[in-house]
Write a protein that binds this ligand. Structure first.
Ligand SMILES: Nc1ncnc2c1ncn2[C@@H]1O[C@H](COP(=O)(O)OP(=O)(O)OP(=O)(O)O)[C@@H](O)[C@H]1O
Ligand SMILES: [Mg+2]
Length: 275
């Protein structure tokens, strides 16, 4: 369980970045954090893996404040995919890269080697390839694989699909979904509302360092007020579902009336965003 209790955080003392954030994420959840640029999503992720400590309030992992945990204890529990995967690639071959996490944790040995071989097979990597020469999508997969291989109970992903084409995006998200199906807690920052709608079971909306909505994915994505405050456009599937109850009446009128229903909904979101 991850718990934020009235967390305040900043980088410079006078500029508050998080202003009283509270939530609980039980084991096994699949949560997406959404919100505008600068809302504090990445900061929230950094607090979750102990890279940043709160100015006030508490961040607890399984009931223990991160301030009382060693970096290595957090690293064993929480795998972290950074917003830019290149920042976590450092070795000269794919195999070394996948072994790196075990080395950092002092866990080298036959079990580590077997886990690395398994992941190389599963992802279809060339073990001897130079990570820096791989294309963007494959580098992202390698960064993800270097977390998967350690099998941490919690996986945090900061924008795992940004910059990927549709096929790469589906491959990465398929792997993330499988991790969740075998028990990992997934916490993901994502700007793509279609991906959020397809994969996350719960959504937390952030705006200006605060949580403005938190609930089951479909409920949150149907709330134009919270989405508007975070300048988010709901995914098509939500547009359609909101229009469905009105479809019968309006279809009889005309397809133009149905299109107007969708426009009205977009207008409600835009109006809220403009406030
Ligand atoms: N290392 C840092 N030093 C100082 N200020 C920072 C630092 N990182 C982030 N900030 C500031 O903190 C605020 C929140 O940033 P954060 O990266 O958490 O937002 P975000 O929601 O992840 O945005 P994005 O969608 O652009 O990734 C922003 O105003 C940002 O400028
Ligand atoms: Mg960010």
């Amino acid at each position: 369980m991850i718990e934020f209790r009235d967390v305040h955080a900043s980088y410079d003392e006078d500029i508050k970045v998080l202003d009283g954030v509270s939530f609980q994420i039980p084991d096994g959840e699949f949560v997406a954090f959404v919100g505008t640029n600068g809302a504090g999503k990445s900061t929230t992720m950094r607090l979750m893996n102990g890279l940043l400590k709160p100015d006030a309030g508490q961040v607890l992992l399984d009931g223990v404040p991160t301030t009382e945990l060693k970096t290595s204890q957090i690293a064993r529990r929480v795998g972290f995919l950074f917003q830019n995967p290149d920042s976590q690639i450092c070795c000269s071959t794919v195999r070394e890269e996948l072994l790196f996490g075990f080395k950092a944790l002092g866990e080298e040995g036959p079990d580590a080697e077997a886990a690395v071989d398994g992941v190389i097979r599963e992802f279809g990597f060339d073990a001897d390839a130079d990570p820096f020469l791989l294309n963007r999508g494959t580098r992202q997969l390698l960064a993800l694989a270097s977390i998967v291989v350690l099998a941490p109970p919690v996986v945090i992903l900061d924008e795992p699909t940004t910059g990927l084409d549709f096929r790469e995006c589906m491959k990465v998200m398929g792997i993330i979904r499988r991790l969740n199906e075998v028990g990992a807690t997934i916490v993901m920052v994502c700007h793509d509302m279609e991906v959020v709608a397809d994969f996350a079971r719960r959504v937390i909306v952030m705006s200006a360092g605060a949580v403005v909505d938190d609930g089951p994915t479909f409920d949150v994505l149907r709330n134009p007020h919270a989405l508007g405050r975070a300048s988010l456009i709901p995914p098509q599937v939500v547009d359609i579902s909101l229009a469905l109850p009105l479809m019968d009446e309006r279809l009889v009128e005309s397809p133009v009336a149905l299109a107007n229903t969708l426009d009205e909904m977009q207008a409600a979101v835009s109006e809220e965003a403009g406030r």
